[in-house]
Design a protein around this ligand. Sequence first.
Ligand code: ATP
Length: 366
Amino acid sequence: MSRVSLQGVAKSFGSVQAVKDVTLDIPDHAFVTLLGPSGCGKTTTLNMLAGLERVSRGKILLDGQEITDWAPHERGMAMVFQNYALYPHMDVYGNIAFSLKLKKTPKAEIEQRVQRVAKALEVDKLLQRRISQLSGGQQQRVALARAMVKEPKVFLFDEPLSNLDAALRTRMRIEIKKLHQQLKATSIFVTHDQEEAMILSDYIAVMKDGVVMQYGKANDVYRRPNHLYVGTFIGKPRMSILEGELRVSAEGGEAVFEGEDLRLAWPGSAGTTNEGVAGAVSLGVRAEDAHLVPAQDAGPDTLVGDIALLEPLGSDTFVEVVRGRHSITARVEPDAAVFLGDRVGVRINRAKLHVFDRESGLRLAV
Ligand code: ATP
């Protein structure tokens, strides 16, 4: 059992409120990511969990027991840092064994545990090497081994992959995921990379300016972002946003969107809620929910415009279609016959629309 709770946790450094109010329940075995741009308070939150930073307000609980003021070594958590924080003057064995020696673990047991994790992380052939003789990826493995050998209740990862080149980063990401599937230890991971968060996480907490904007299952956060900020932060390519006015008629629920030089309409449907909604909105559409059609097949739910950009990725191609000030990106098959400058239609499925209040950014149920 390793359930972690943060209850109204806040941290100030003088007049800087790094973390304003974070409440999170992290279930046993879960892989949770704190995701957000630089400076939003991710690392400070992780440091408070580790006991490296004192909490200004709020509580931290581990399996229901308050640990807010416990020393780092009493918490049963192991942290993997961005810069690895390995001891450069020691060899790999010494680095991995360090925490066990500190605890006066019997020599034979240290040997056995170091060998076991070294094997699991494929650094068993490097045990006598000095840290300076290792590549970035190997150092990362040693840092993981050093955390793993402690057999912690909770792993804390502070952007552990950000110093690696793109290819290695992708590989290590998979290894961390596999490791979690094997060990099933509760893991809390900090990153600003939304793709990394989506790939690794069971749950994602999207942070901004010291608060959690949304916390939920990774797929729910992607499919039902509760705020414009979350919708546009998560997802690649970025969610397209059309600015305009939306009206949902009280009779039958027909929805009409009007932006500058653009009108889109969808007939009413039985399940429509919030009839009579009207106002300035940001209409969000994900590329996989925008369907390219020939311009002559355009219906009332279709934006007609010109192809301004093609992004072929091999597996998919993303097509940016522009009409005046509006721009929308659609996903098409890689072999689709689409060309720069073509006039095309983008059909938008009403059921997949994300409607956000323009002023507050909050999601509207339409
Ligand atoms: P990054 O991804 O760049 O590490 P982050 O989301 O992890 O960013 P934090 O490092 O937690 O953000 O910092 C949050 C805010 O608190 C920032 O404005 C930062 O400048 C400030 N801050 C962090 N540590 C301190 C400190 N020791 N003293 C003063 N301000 C700090």
